[in-house]
Design a protein around this ligand. Sequence first.
Ligand code: NAD
Length: 517
Amino acid sequence: QNLSVTDLLSSLDISTSAPNAGAYDGQWFGNGEQIQSFNPSNGKPLATITQASDADTQRVLKAAKAASKVWRNVPAPERGRVMRLIRNAIDDKVDELGMLITLEMGKIVTEGRGEVVEFIDVADYAVGLSRSIGGTVVPSERKKHFMTEVCHPLGVIGVISAFNFPIAVFGWNFSLALITGNASIWKPSETTPLCALATTKIITRVLEAEGYPGALCGLMIGGGSVGAALVESKEVDLVSFTGSEARGKLVGAECAMRFKQSLLELGGNNAAIVLPDANQDLALRSILFAALGTAGQRCTTTRRLLVHSSIADTFIASLVKAFGSATKRMGAPEKKDTLIGPLHSKLAFEGYSNAIEQAKKEGGKILFGGEKWTEVQDELKGGNWVIPAMIRYDTFEGIEIVRKETFAPILHITTFETLEEAIEINNSVDQGLSSALYTQDMNNVFQWIGPEGSDCGRLLYDRSTSGAEIGGRFGGNKSTGSGRESGGDSWKQYCRWHTATINWSNEVGMAQGVVFE
Ligand code: NAD
């Protein structure tokens, strides 16, 4: 924490004095345009990167395919051994990588470090899987027949990631892809290239030291056109895309046109529901984190709050107070006491301002914030600072702004009378990622997780919409996308599956009693 920015970057092998090569295929190179990475809290440049050109992307794609052909023959427990070494190498740099996320993305120190810990946790999980994954033996209906489901690596996994989790999302995908026998190619957000550079350098050093191709962890830094090249390439077998609904829709369609598999992890519009019997203190603290953590820039951020009408005025007044206290701790994200950092980009700042204007036009009453932060210290003047907003509506019915995800700290609030009504409001939007219920009645909880409950991929009870554990499958429904990442049986998506039937009877027997002789 006491390192200067230059020392921190140099400890992660990133140059601040010369452009850093932005493509890796076993060697570092780059022939595209140069871009700068900025610190969002003060607008100052951190380092320069030479992006991948069109020809560079083709080179990375080919090398990954070749590396995947080597790796697919390596036994899974050996893949697990290498994964463990990578895990340890990431762990050795957990504080430096965490601080780099803070500097480049803008999240506070504990969240930056926590993101790297997520990678380490998934890596541990993947090491365990490397000794347990496999198919099943299926009872055959024919005599002296053996039927089994066999899984093999897909080949090359393309990972396109968003700015808000600049290391963990790649970590989730890379770890499962590696132990299931695949090569990965990472196309990170063009606004968080340094996190990708540092992580790739750590991983590939281990791969090479163990005598495996570094191209198992290819990298191509660039914007949408580099992402599109990855999606369109014949070398890529599965695209794991994390980002906005608008982009994800295009990526999903492109993949479908090519019969290519895709995992889509897109925007959320997450609601929290507070019933009159809730533990209100727990609900308040939990919702505060979910609404303000990462300055409202998590896919799982609580964006809609539904409070039972009988407790609405007191609960909302307490939340306004809590927003006030938390906002006093807004500032440089690398400082220990800070709770709320900046928005990541100028674009996010515009999104925030436009959403506030629209909310006002649609009859929303601003209860807190809703404007640019002007009392910002001199050294942070170049950053993207806003005061988190709370906006109350008589009803969400007919209000357009609450139907979409604005990637900024804005909490839209309304009231309801019955749990059924609240669930209907929860489910009424296109997105379906995360949802939280606060109550003390277990019947309500089972209704919440039942077939007529929340339609989201994540169902929380007395827990905030944000803050997933890696053990459970992570992902959303409806326009949030398809597919699951991280825990559970997500690993199966990185494999191609076969059903193998072996006849050792020396007879031609038909299934379903068919006779053909
Ligand atoms: P974005 O859609 O702007 O960019 C995401 C990635 O897509 C970037 O790497 C970008 O360069 C790339 N890209 C852009 N055009 C492309 C194209 N034509 N083809 C291929 N790739 C292309 O998203 P963002 O602003 O970086 O991230 C914020 C969004 O991500 C939010 O909507 C958030 O909810 C979502 N997100 C979702 C999850 C989840 O798990 N559901 C997790 C994190 C973030």
